[in-house]
Design a protein around this ligand. Sequence first.
Ligand code: SAH
Length: 250
Amino acid sequence: MVNFVGAGPGAADLITVRGKYLIENADIVIYAGSLVNKELLKYANQKCRIYNSALMTLEEIIEVIADGEKNNKNIVRLHTGDPSLYGAIREQMDILDKLNIKYEVCPGVSSLFGAAASLKAEYTLPDVSQSVIITRMEGRTPVPEKEDISLFASHNATMVIFLSAGMTEKLSQKLMDGGYKPDTPAAIVYKATWEDEKIIKTTVSRLAVSALENNITKTALIIVGEFLGDYYKRSKLYNPKFTHKFRKGE
Ligand code: SAH
């Protein structure tokens, strides 16, 4: 049996109870060494075989899984954050389907949410933004033309940008070209929930300067939007005048 497990954003105790249980009961763990906290490997039992996927190709990962499966082992494939975001799990699952190897997916806390917690922020504020755009700049992996950041920027919604901390100058330009005002609040959250986490509050126009000043080129999210500012309207749900299924308004 194979379990794809979300390791959470960084802090070892932010894995789910289920994820921890799966590691404790694993005979083989293949973890994404670039971003998964090694503290999590302490949950594994002493006989567990541990592989760092940062040093492996897809083919090598599948070989370890297929061999483990043949020997009836419990296998955990440990991905950073939640496996459904930039996790490259689909290509693994499709091969496992072909090999008739069963698997499950255990969700994790994405860095997207780790960063919101560190910022003590709410992404969806009434009268500010009710949507979160999760995206990235083009790197080695191309981004479809219709998903260019400058197109998304026209919405002025809350935006969380992965995998782009090394491209802040171009990013900043695209955000402004697309319609964010230069002084729109922005944050660079480096290693959210890790011990060496850094939070930099800045603006869309100053993203590149702020990244440079703080020497940040990777393992960070760029988060943009007026939700980082002071203005919003209070919720209807907790308004004394508002009636709903569980409470009658004044
Ligand atoms: N599946 C992961 C994302 C993997 S892609 C998730 O759900 O979080 C790797 C990118 O995620 C990094 O380049 C960075 O942009 C972001 N990232 C991962 N962990 C992070 C953390 N603790 N703090 C800030 N950004 C992080």
